[in-house]
Write a protein of this length. Sequence first.
Length: 143
Amino acid sequence: MPPIKTFKVFGEPVDVLVNAATSNGVSAVTIQHVPPGGGPPPHSHVHEDETFYNLEGDFEFLHEGEWHPLGVGETVFGPRGSIHTFRNAGKTTGRILVFITPAGFEDYLEEISFYSPATDMPKILEISKRYGVTFYPDPVVSG
């Protein structure tokens, strides 16, 4: 079955496979297509837990201030409130499946997809605040 919708967040394609409407608000599932060096900035959110599953590529996951490899077929849990992110440490585009509970974060991703961090950061931060998402500066990322 094709994705419900696809859009780009910070230039990276996101396929929404399950959203709030199809799960009665219980969960959402996305696949993010991540180029080498790509991935979201370190962040936390107050409403959602995320489970990440590496479908393809050489990913690393930031947890408790340290980067850990996340091999193909491996899973890692990102609880709400934790500062976390992932990055593609490989040389080819990777794909990571994200299971989100409860649903709603997919709406956040779509809402910020219309904006560029280079020119629209105040708008992205305004939307992020509404959804309970906080970004952290790169110094959190050590590794």
